[in-house]
Design a protein around this ligand. Structure first.
Ligand code: ADP
Ligand code: ASP
Ligand code: MG
Length: 831
C-alpha cells in the first residue's frame, strides 16, 4: 500500500478545524439533513469542514439513468423526474419560503442532466466521460442543499464543488491525488471563501486534463480524508448508519459488535477486504499525517463509535481477531504441473502475465512443493486472467510441464483481521476448526507475514455461514445453533418450554444462542424465527413436510443446525443418516434408530463419525446418565461383563406396588389413569420398549444384536394382543389369577417379582419377569425409578449403579436438553 505523505502547501498553516463526512444514509431525506445540521451545531470547534455524499440511493439512480439512456430506454425520463422531484421536495421542506434560489439552481442542474441524457440516448454509445460526470451530480446537489440549510440556520457557510479544487489522476489502485495542484487551488479558493464553515462535495474531482471524474464507489470517505488533509484538520469523523466499524458486516452477521478502537493497520485490512464501512483509500492521507479518524452513527450521536489511530489498539484482554470481512464475486486460478518444481521465476512470470493483463490479484497461495500456484482474482477478470496465463505458459502447456490452468468461479475470500493475532498460536486453528465444524470447505489459504490477516477462500454460497461461524469462534458473537423439533408430544413440549426458559441465561452466561426455528408434528408445521417459537402453534400450518422443515432448519446464514426428534416414529428415524450426512446434528429420545435395523444404525454411526453429532442419551433411563456412563467406562478401557436393570418406569411402578392385595389389572388401570403408561398400556406390558433399550445398550457396548435377538417375556396375554385398547383393559382381569400365582410362589420363597432386562458377557439378551432375593438392589426402588447395574472388569465385585426417576416428560426433556448442550460444547460453546 502506498502511504505517500501529501506535500501540504499553504493550507496546512490555516487555522485548524474539525472535518466530517456524512454518508448517503445520513442524508436520506429532509429530517436527515436536519439531523446533520443539529449534530454540527453541537460541535465545539468554530471551524467545520463537512464533506457530503449524495442523498441515499442517488448515485445508483444516476448510474441507472445513464445506462438506460445509452440503451435508448425511454424509462430514464420517469426516473429523472422522480430524482428531480425528490431533491426539490426535500429542499422545499428544508428551506420553506427561502427555498427559491436553491430550487432554481437545482432546476438548472436537472435540466442540464436531461440534456446530457438526451444526447447520450442519441449517441447510443457509452462514454466514460459522460458517465463519470453524471455519477457525481448527486454530491453536487446534496452539498448545495446542506450548505444552504446551514446558511439558512445563520451559519457563515461556504459550499465548495470539489471539481474546482481536487485534481486527480487514475492509477491501478484508484484515484491518485495531485497534492500540489489541489493544495494550491484549495488555498486559493479558501482565500476567496473564508467562511468558518465549509460544505464540500464528496466523490467528485477533476482530472489534470480538466474532465469531471469520480473517486470510485464509496469515494466520499476518501474525499473527506483528502480535504481534511488540505484543510489541516485536527480530526476526521465519518458519520454513517452503524455504531462505528463493526466486527463484521451487520447485514451478514446480525450479531456484529461495534469496535471501540482500531489501529490504522487493522482498519486498512478490514477496508481492503470488503468492509464497506470505509473506502480503502481513505486512510492513506490520514496515516500520512497521523490524523485521528472516528466512525460514528448519525442516528445515535451519543455513541462513541470507533476511533482509528496510531496507537496499537490491541490489549491482552481483547480477542486476537478484531473483525472479519468478506469479498464476494471472486475466482480461484490454479496453475499446476510437475514441471514447475524447482524452476525459478515461474511465479514471477505468472504474476507478470496477470499484471500485463491488468488483473489485480486479491490473494496468493503456493504450496511448498511448488507443484501448484493458486491465486484469487475478481470473477469479472477471471477469463482474461486465464487467457493471460495460457499465453504466458503456452510452451510449458504444450510440453506437459504445466498440466493445467484452472479457474473456479463463485468464490468469496473471508479475512480475519487483528493486530493481536501476531505471535499468537492457535488463531488459524480456531478459524479453520470453526469452518470445519459447520462443514465448510476451504479452497485456499493465505496469511501475511504481518500475521495481521488470515484469509481463506470459500465457496460463495458459504459466505454468510462461514462469517458467522468464524465470528462466534472468536467470541465476537454467541455460538448460534438453529434448532428444529420434530414430534412435540409431552417430551417435546417440555423440551420447548425448557429451551425457552433457559435461552436468555445461556446467551448471557455462555454466549450460546439456541434458536428453535421449526417445529413439526404429523399434522402441523411451523417454520419461523426463534422469537416466535413459544407461540409456534398460533402460526403453524397444516401438514408436515420434513423436507421443507429440514431446509429451514439448515438455514444458509446460520452456522450450525440441529434436529431434535421427540417423535416415536420409525419414519423420522429413517431420516437420520441423511440429516447427519448433510451436517445436521441429531439429538433424540426416539429408540427407533438405536434399536432399529442394524444397517441403518451403522449408516447413522458412519455419518456421525464424519462430523455431525448424534446423541441419544434419553433413549435409556430418560434423564439418567446411562449411555454416557457406559461410554465413559468403555472409552477409558473398561470391559462390560454384564448389564442388568429395570428400564421401564411403568413396569417398575406396577411391580413395586403389586403385593397381591390389589388385583394386577386394577393397578394397570390406576397407572393408566395416572399417565404412567403409554396410551395403550400393552406398549409397556409387552416388554418391547424395554427390549429396545437393551438393544441400544448392547450396541453401545459393541454387541451387535437386533431386537429379534432379545428373548422377551410379554405380559400381554396372547389372546388380547390383537384386541382394541378398550377390550384389552376390560378383559385384563381374566389374567389376574395367573400373575397372582407367580407372585405367591416368589413370596413363599422369600423373593420378589420384578421385570428385569439382562445382557450377559456372551451377548445373550433377555427381558422378563424375574424372582429376586428380597434384599436385591432392584427390590427397593421407589415409584417409577429406573436402575441400571453395570458389571465390568473394574466394577466386578461391586457393580456400578445408576438409579433414579426414569420416566416423565420433564426429566426426559432434560436428558434431551443436556444432549443438545453437549453438542453445542463440541461446536465451541463455553459451557
Ligand atoms: P454511507 O452511505 O454512510 O457511506 P455505506 O452504505 O457506504 O454508508 O456503508 C455503510 C454500510 O456498510 C453499513 O450500513 C453496513 O451495512 C456496511 N458494513 C459492511 N461491513 C461493515 C462493518 N465491518 N462495520 C460497519 N458497517 C459495515
Ligand atoms: N455517492 C457515492 C456512492 O454511492 C459515493 C459515496 O457515497 O461515498 O458510491
Ligand atoms: Mg460509504
Amino acid at each position: 500500500m502506498s502511504r505517500n505523505a501529501p506535500a501540504l502547501p499553504a493550507a496546512a498553516a490555516a487555522p485548524p478545524c474539525a472535518a466530517h463526512k456524512f454518508g448517503g444514509s445520513s442524508l436520506a431525506d429532509a429530517s436527515c439533513f436536519r439531523r446533520v445540521a443539529a449534530i454540527l451545531a453541537t460541535q465545539a470547534d468554530p471551524r467545520q469542514l463537512v464533506v457530503v455524499s449524495a442523498m441515499r440511493g442517488t448515485t445508483d439512480a444516476l448510474i441507472a439513468l445513464a445506462d438506460a439512456a445509452v440503451r435508448g430506454d425511454d424509462g430514464w425520463k420517469g426516473a429523472h423526474a422522480a430524482l428531480r422531484e425528490r431533491h426539490l421536495a426535500t429542499t422545499l421542506d428544508l428551506l420553506g419560503a427561502d427555498a427559491g434560489a436553491t430550487l432554481a439552481w437545482l432546476e438548472h442542474g436537472f435540466a442540464e442532466l436531461a440534456n446530457l441524457l438526451a444526447a447520450l440516448a442519441v449517441l447510443g454509445t457509452p462514454s466514460r466521460e459522460a458517465a463519470e460526470a453524471i455519477q457525481g451530480l448527486g454530491e453536487v446537489w446534496s452539498a448545495r442543499m446542506l450548505a444552504d440549510l446551514l446558511a439558512h440556520d445563520g451559519r457563515a457557510c461556504a459550499c465548495l464543488d470539489a471539481r474546482d479544487v481536487l485534481v486527480v489522476g487514475h492509477g491501478e489502485l484508484g484515484a491518485i491525488v495531485d497534492w500540489e495542484a489541489s493544495g494550491a487551488r484549495y488555498a486559493d479558493w479558501r482565500t476567496r471563501h473564508p467562511q468558518p464553515w465549509l460544505v464540500v462535495t464528496g466523490f467528485v474531482a477533476r482530472t489534470r486534463e480538466g474532465r469531471a471524474t469520480v473517486l470510485g464507489r464509496n469515494g466520499s470517505d476518501y474525499s473527506a480524508a483528502i480535504f481534511a488533509a488540505l484543510a489541516g484538520a485536527s480530526e476526521l469523523t465519518l458519520w454513517g448508519d452503524t455504531d462505528g466499524v463493526l466486527s463484521a458486516d451487520p447485514r451478514l452477521v446480525p450479531d456484529a459488535i461495534p469496535l471501540a478502537a482500531l489501529s490504522y493497520d487493522e482498519a486498512c485490512e478490514l477496508a481492503y477486504f470488503g468492509a464497506k464501512v470505509i473506502h480503502p483509500q481513505t486512510l492513506t492521507p490520514a496515516i500520512a499525517r497521523g490524523l485521528p479518524v472516528r466512525i460514528r452513527n448519525t442516528f445515535r450521536p451519543d455513541h462513541a463509535g470507533t476511533s482509528i489511530g496510531t496507537e496499537p489498539a490491541g490489549d491482552a484482554a481483547q480477542p486476537p481477531v478484531k473483525g472479519l470481512s468478506a469479498v464476494r464475486d471472486l475466482a480461484v486460478l490454479t496453475l499446476e504441473g510437475a514441471g514447475m518444481i524447482g524452476v525459478p521465476g515461474t511465479a514471477e512470470r505468472a504474476f507478470g502475465a496477470l499484471h500485463a493483463a491488468s488483473v489485480s490479484v486479491v490473494m496468493i497461495s503456493q504450496g511448498s512443493s511448488e507443484h501448484s500456484i493458486c491465486c484469487v482474482v475478481r470473477e469479472a477478470d477471471a477469463a482474461r486472467a486465464e487467457a493471460a496465463l495460457r499465453r504466458a505458459f503456452v510452451a510449458e502447456l504444450a510440453r506437459g510441464e504445466i498440466a493445467s490452468v484452472g479457474v473456479a468461479a463463485g468464490i468469496s475470500v473471508l479475512a480475519a483481521v487483528g493486530d493481536g493475532m501476531a505471535g499468537q498460536p492457535g488463531v488459524a486453528a480456531r478459524l479453520f476448526g470453526a469452518l470445519a465444524r459447520c462443514g465448510i470447505n476451504i479452497r485456499a489459504i493465505a496469511q501475511g507475514a504481518s500475521e495481521r490477516n488470515i484469509s481463506v477462500a470459500v465457496d460463495a454460497a458459504d459466505t454468510a455461514r462461514a462469517l458467522r461461524a468464524a465470528h462466534a469462534a472468536f467470541w465476537l458473537s454467541p455460538q448460534t445453533v438453529s434448532i428444529g423439533v420434530v414430534g412435540p408430544g409431552k417430551v417435546g413440549a417440555a423440551l420447548l418450554a425448557q429451551l425457552d426458559a433457559a435461552r436468555a441465561r445461556l446467551l448471557r452466561e455462555h454466549q450460546l444462542d439456541l434458536r428453535v426455528r421449526a417445529v413439526a408434528t404429523r399434522a402441523l408445521q411451523w417454520l419461523g424465527e426463534a422469537e416466535g417459537a413459544a407461540a409456534w402453534k398460533d402460526s403453524a400450518s397444516d401438514g408436515g413436510d420434513l423436507d421443507a422443515f429440514t431446509r429451514h432448519v439448515q438455514a444458509e446464514h446460520l452456522p450450525h443446525a440441529l434436529i431434535v426428534d421427540c417423535s416415536a416414529s420409525d419414519a423420522v428415524a429413517a431420516r437420520y443418516p441423511a440429516w447427519l450426512g448433510a451436517g445436521i446434528h441429531v439429538v433424540t429420545p426416539n429408540k427407533h434408530a438405536g434399536a432399529g435395523p442394524r444397517e441403518r444404525w451403522q449408516a447413522i454411526r458412519t455419518a456421525s463419525a464424519r462430523g455431525a453429532r448424534f446423541r441419544y442419551e434419553a433413549t435409556v433411563g430418560a434423564g439418567l446418565p446411562v449411555i454416557s456412563t457406559l461410554r465413559d467406562l468403555l472409552d477409558t478401557g473398561d470391559e462390560l461383563l454384564a448389564a442388568e436393570g429395570i428400564f421401564s418406569g411403568t413396569l417398575a411402578w406396577l411391580f413395586n406396588r403389586y403385593d397381591g392385595s390389589v388385583a394386577f389389572s386394577a393397578l394397570v388401570h390406576e397407572a393408566h389413569a395416572l399417565g404412567y403408561t403409554e396410551p395403550d398400556p400393552r406398549d409397556d406390558l409387552s416388554g418391547t420398549d424395554v427390549a429396545r433399550k437393551l438393544v441400544i445398550l448392547a450396541r453401545e457396548a459393541g454387541v451387535g444384536i437386533d431386537l429379534a435377538d432379545v428373548a422377551v417375556e410379554s405380559l400381554v396375554p396372547e389372546s388380547l394382543r390383537a384386541a382394541s385398547v378398550e377390550e384389552f383393559m376390560h378383559r385384563l382381569s381374566e389374567f389376574d389369577a395367573a400373575i397372582a400365582a407367580r407372585h405367591a410362589r416368589a413370596r413363599d420363597a422369600g423373593r420378589v417379582l420384578r421385570y428385569v432386562a439382562r445382557l450377559d458377557r456372551d451377548g445373550r439378551a433377555s427381558v422378563g419377569l424375574a424372582e429376586l432375593a428380597a434384599d436385591h438392589a432392584f427390590a427397593h426402588l421407589r415409584l417409577t425409578d429406573n436402575i441400571v447395574q453395570f458389571t465390568t472388569r473394574r466394577y466386578r465385585d461391586n457393580p456400578l449403579v445408576v438409579q433414579g426417576p426414569g420416566a416423565g416428560p420433564e426429566v426426559t426433556a432434560a436428558g434431551v436438553f443436556a444432549d443438545v448442550l453437549r453438542v453445542a460444547a463440541t461446536l465451541g460453546a463455553r459451557l
